[in-house]
Write a protein that binds this ligand. Structure first.
Ligand code: 9MR
Length: 456
């Protein structure tokens, strides 16, 4: 009972269940080597992400605007949407330098503390953003975050930074699991030859101009001293894919920090990206995360939003597929414990005209929401884990092969072994499981969360 329109060479069709007035909609995506079906709307309202994320021991978080919302009231739609769907929060603006130290040595934690209380009521983690940044740097430090119009000496500015970091980190100690210690310290233009020979160019912020590179090392060391249990991140944009010049600069800088034993936990990829057909470069994002894993570091997604100029149903479904792809990447990366979406509803996003988020202005879940859920649910379902030992690996291929050859294999979980969920165990399940392991065609595993059989 599915309507199925003509399949274009690249793109999706909507499958609606005709007999139901408000059909659950799925989109079938097809490109040259991959088919996938994702749910893009539901008549049953939203189904929380949270359960699957908790089960997978991963955090899907969201940036919360605190100063202009009533997050103290758990009955507000804004509050509900956050605590029903996410298990981590970050303050979109309220823990930045200008908000926490509006005048010298005068600290304001009012809105930050409101977020901490909200998170405690709902058992959510909190990440801190950001201790040192050129933007949202208070006027009393620099009029624009670049010029030293107050004429600070290096010693004075170091003392200001140290005082800020010690006070803020100690205040939130115990209630926050990690901080973006420095944000956007790399220059926007990096030379290809420079990065290829291990170099990187720093942004000419007031911090770098007056102090030099020492500001960066010192910031990490002080944050670590203020709270030795804290995870400490460097965070930036346009560093999302391993082949980006700025990503190479980031890698060079971070490798250097590690070599010099600066206490850094990981790298935050902001992921302010555009949505479009096949626009997520999975290979280069996976490669990027992997190279930090090899350095012994984490690599997390800190500010994900995917803007689109195509706000038709088709455009929003493509956006959903992009969200699904990125969610899969972070779920499959061992060193990537969380991904944070940069805001709740489209209308309040810093890119509101591009409709980049998971919920519309009325808190209705968009296709993008289901894209994230779909990836989480499939991963949580443990499809491919034929021997039921909790992970999908080469032993599952052996288990499936043994079952096909002998009819038996113990321990054996039929549902999980049916990796492509077509109701039979055959060689296609081996292929699906192998693809899943190789991180290649992830979505062939458990297409449609087990509701559809797809034959190639
Ligand atoms: O979303 C934030 C917006 O409300 C602020 O006006 C803006 C000010 O710079 O900062 C936005 O968040 C930024 C984040 O802190 C760092 N990376 C880029 C984000 C989008 O600009």
């Amino acid at each position: 009972n599915y309507t199925y329109e003509e399949l274009n060479d690249y793109f999706e069709n909507t499958l609606g269940i005709n007999s139901i007035p408000n059909p659950i909609k799925y989109s079938l995506f097809a490109d040259s080597d991959n088919y996938r079906i994702i749910q893009t709307a539901s008549s049953n309202g939203s189904k929380p992400n949270k359960e699957a994320a908790d089960q997978l021991k991963k955090d899907v978080g969201v940036a919360v605007s605190i100063y202009n919302t009533n997050i103290d009231d758990d009955n507000q739609m804004y509050s509900k949407t956050i605590y029903q769907n996410f298990n981590m929060v970050v303050a979109e603006n309220e823990m930045k330098f200008d908000a926490t130290e509006p005048s010298r040595n005068n600290f304001n934690y009012y809105n930050g503390d409101r977020l901490i209380k909200f998170a405690q009521r709902h058992n959510m983690k909190v990440r801190g953003h950001a201790l040192c940044w050129h933007s949202q740097c208070p006027q009393w430090v620099s009029k624009d975050g670049y010029s030293n119009d107050k004429g600070w000496t290096k010693t004075e500015l170091l003392a200001i930074l140290k005082n800020h970091i010690f006070n803020v980190v100690k205040h939130f100690k115990g209630n926050i699991c990690e901080w973006d210690v420095v944000n956007e310290v790399l220059d926007d233009s990096q030379s290809e030859s420079g990065v290829n020979s291990g170099g990187y160019k720093m942004r000419n912020s007031v911090w770098y101009n007056v102090i030099g590179l020492e500001f960066l090392d010192s910031a990490f060391v002080w944050a670590h001293q203020a709270d030795p249990d804290m995870d400490l991140y460097i965070n930036d944009y346009s560093c999302d894919y391993a082949n980006q010049t700025k990503a190479k600069a980031m890698y060079n800088l971070v490798k250097n920090l590690v070599k010099r034993k600066v206490p850094i936990t990981g790298v935050g990829l902001q992921c302010h990206l555009g949505a479009g057909p096949g626009w997520v470069d999975s290979l280069n994002m996976v490669k990027n995360m992997k190279q930090y894993e090899e350095l012994g570091l984490k690599c997390i997604i800190t500010e994900l939003d995917l803007g689109t100029s195509d706000t038709s149903e088709r455009g929003l479904n493509i956006q959903a597929d992009n969200y699904r792809t990125i969610t899969n990447i972070f779920l499959n990366a061992k060193n990537s414990p969380h991904a944070i979406i940069w805001g709740v509803t489209d209308d309040k996003s810093w890119r509101s005209n591009e409709r980049p988020l998971l919920f519309d202005a009325n808190f209705n879940p968009k296709p993008a929401y289901f894209g994230v859920c779909n990836a989480l649910k499939i991963k949580a379902s443990k499809l491919g884990d034929a021997n039921n030992d909790g992970s999908v690996n080469v032993n599952d291929i052996t288990t499936i092969a043994t079952y096909i050859l002998n009819g038996t294999a113990y321990p054996f979980n039929f549902n999980n072994a049916d990796a492509n969920q077509d109701g039979i165990i055959n060689v296609n399940d081996i292929t699906s499981t192998a693809s899943f392991i190789l991180d290649n065609h992830l979505s062939k595993v458990g297409l449609g969360g087990g509701m559809f059989a797809v034959n190639e």
